[in-house]
Design a protein around this ligand. Structure first.
Ligand code: ADP
Ligand code: MG
Length: 257
């Protein structure tokens, strides 16, 4: 239910806006990498971001997590504007879980330590509690038996599932996935997508940059097609894949499908 008591029809949980971008602009020197981006992600919604390389998808994710500052516009997460820096920023980052293509686990910490570090440091959770919660999360992503190993001892798929558990340990309000399966051997893609699909089914709000069109069709409530720094098309997955509105999207789909 939203504050007004209305149930939105296009979202599974009928949630109100959780992530809102208003006229977001960003430049890298002369390159206008995000151009007047408007985007609303509702609670419980899964938004899949698709588009050609260099279109600004990663920059969009990094901006929402404040890994990149924006030059103009507004980004709100759960009604709050992004803080500039300091403690507030650490808290904001905790609200926005992020999973990268390259796993980014700490190589010299065990899988369990990778998952408990954030909760202990940022959420100030006692170690015993953090350990218990971490094991539950590792169970949920199917690698509880790998808890005492180091990242290099795990397969890519297992490492990425550990990275998902680590992000979830911060109890984020929204999860960002930036091409989470692009660095994986093909046989490991499914185990990661399965974890993401079950997260979506549990009502997690998710923004997912991916080239996995099967996942997009199955799991997305909304598809965003991004190219040259702009949102070129926003559509339902059914419409996007069968009857895209823009030539740019048609052209892109004809190359990858
Ligand atoms: P995508 O994820 O869709 O492939 P990116 O957001 O990574 O796109 O990149 C968008 C554009 O911004 C590309 O042209 C890229 O080269 C450029 N870019 C990305 N990061 C930087 C950076 N830190 N400095 C300068 N240019 C960048
Ligand atoms: Mg990218």
């Amino acid at each position: 239910m939203t504050d007004s008591g209305k149930v939105a029809s296009d979202t599974p949980s009928g949630g109100g806006p959780l992530v809102v971008l208003e006229k977001v602009n960003k430049y890298f020197g002369d390159l206008h990498v995000l151009q007047d981006i408007d985007l609303t992600v509702h609670r419980g919604e899964v938004v899949v971001v698709i588009g050609p390389s260099g279109g600004g998808k990663s920059t969009l994710c990094r901006s929402i997590n404040r890994l990149e500052p924006i030059d103009d516009g507004k980004i709100l997460v759960d009604g709050e504007a992004l803080p500039a820096e300091g403690k507030q920023l650490a808290r904001h980052r905790a609200d926005v879980g992020m999973v990268f293509q390259s796993f980014n686990l700490f190589a010299h910490k065990t899988i369990l330590q990778n998952v408990t570090l954030g909760p202990i440091k940022v959420r100030k959770v006692a170690k015993s509690t953090a350990d218990k919660e971490a094991l539950e999360l590792l169970e949920r992503v199917g690698i509880a038996n790998q808890a005492e190993k180091y990242p290099a001892q795990l397969s890519g798929g297992q490492q990425q599932r550990a990275a998902i558990a680590r992000a979830l340990a911060m109890r984020p309000k929204v999860m960002l996935f930036d091409e989470p399966t692009s660095a994986l051997d093909p046989e490991m893609v499914k185990e990661v997508l399965d974890v993401m699909t079950s997260l979506a089914g549990e009502g997690m709000t998710m923004i997912v940059v991916t080239h996995e069109m099967g996942f997009a069709r199955r799991a997305a409530n909304k598809v965003i097609f991004m190219a040259d720094g702009q949102i070129v098309e926003e559509n339902t997955p059914d419409e996007f894949f069968t009857n895209p509105r823009t030539d740019r999207a048609k052209d892109f789909l004809s190359k990858i499908l």
